[in-house]
Design a protein around this ligand. Structure first.
Ligand code: NAD
Length: 272
């Protein structure tokens, strides 16, 4: 919140109080070693947050933290970036990560780690179904459940869940992924009520964002990836930075009256 008294209008208070800033705040970004998570970590740190990247790929996470530390320092301001190996399906690792990264409290939790594969329902094994549900949905539940006491140490805190357009219209590789992401959005809707008024919870539903995950999905047919542009009213694939902008907004004071929302960021493709 920009002011102790939200009924004071922007006109009545100095403009710097309304600046989008995370100075003095802490953030955890899961799956932050690459792609969308990396862009989110970079953006929040540039805006002043002390960011912890959690990823199952520790070498990549450490390399990202090092690169982002240099990039943020070059701006002459901003927060810190550290990395830690945390598998979001491992409750003990999450607990240890919270205690190590934000012992005095957490302002922003970005549940971004996720994974997909191309599967048809009639050939999908129970092992595959359970694996992807565990990473994409249960992992988010475990991170949120463990983070609540840390988020509650702040007067106001925010959770941003990175879902997918697949939650709305399917796709994204298969039913396992679409079902998990729809579950994530159900969590968002429910927890916005259960965790209010201290913790706001929102989802972003990206579509066609240029990352490793997206490229791997179309690795077998890169021409299909290029053809997608014709289906996108904004006529291009999105960038991780464009998701980071929405995460920063949702996690910030600028979104102080916004909770329980699912924001589709897709260049207009889904409902064209
Ligand atoms: N790229 C897109 O077009 C797109 C579209 C819709 C939704 N999304 C969602 O955005 C999020 C980020 O996707 P991306 O495209 O940047 O993917 P990415 O594959 O580039 O990055 C995902 C990161 O998550 C990490 N990760 C995977 N499993 C993990 C685990 N168990 N614990 C901790 N970290 C783990 C990976 O190591 C990787 O660094 C995902 O949740 C994805 O479903 C992406």
């Amino acid at each position: 919140m920009a002011s102790d008294n939200p009924s004071v209008s922007a006109e009545e208070q100095p403009s710097e109080l309304r600046a989008l800033s995370f100075a003095g705040r802490s953030a955890v970004v899961t799956g932050g070693a690459r792609g969308i998570g990396r862009a989110v970590a970079h953006r929040l740190a540039c805006l002043g947050a002390d960011v912890a990247i959690w990823d199952i790929d520790e070498p990549a996470a450490q390399a990202t933290a090092k690169a982002l530390t240099t990039a943020v320092a070059a701006t002459g301001e901003g927060g810190t970036v550290v990395a830690r190996r945390v598998d979001i399906t491992d409750a003990a690792a999450i607990e240890q990560g919270l205690e190590a990264c934000c012992p005095s409290g957490l302002d922003v939790l970005v549940n971004n780690a996720g994974l997909t594969s191309i599967e048809r329902i009639d050939q999908m094994t129970i092992e595959t179904w359970e694996r992807y549900l565990r990473i994409n949905l249960t992992g988010t539940f475990l991170c949120i459940r463990a983070a609540i006491p840390y988020l509650r140490r702040r007067r106001e805190a925010a959770i941003v869940n990175i879902s997918s357009s697949a939650a709305l219209v399917g796709g994204g590789g298969g039913a396992h992924y679409a079902a998990a992401k729809a579950g994530m959005d159900g969590l968002t809707r429910h927890l916005a009520q259960e965790l209010a008024p201290t913790i706001r919870v929102n989802s972003i539903q990206p579509r066609t964002i240029d990352t490793d995950l997206f490229r791997e999905r179309y690795a077998h047919a890169p021409e299909k990836r290029e053809a997608l542009v014709d289906q996108i009213p904004l006529r291009r694939i999105g960038t991780p930075d464009e998701i980071a902008s929405v995460v920063a907004f949702l996690a910030s004071d600028w979104a102080s009256y916004l909770t329980g929302q699912l924001i589709l960021v897709d260049g207009g493709r889904t409902f064209r």
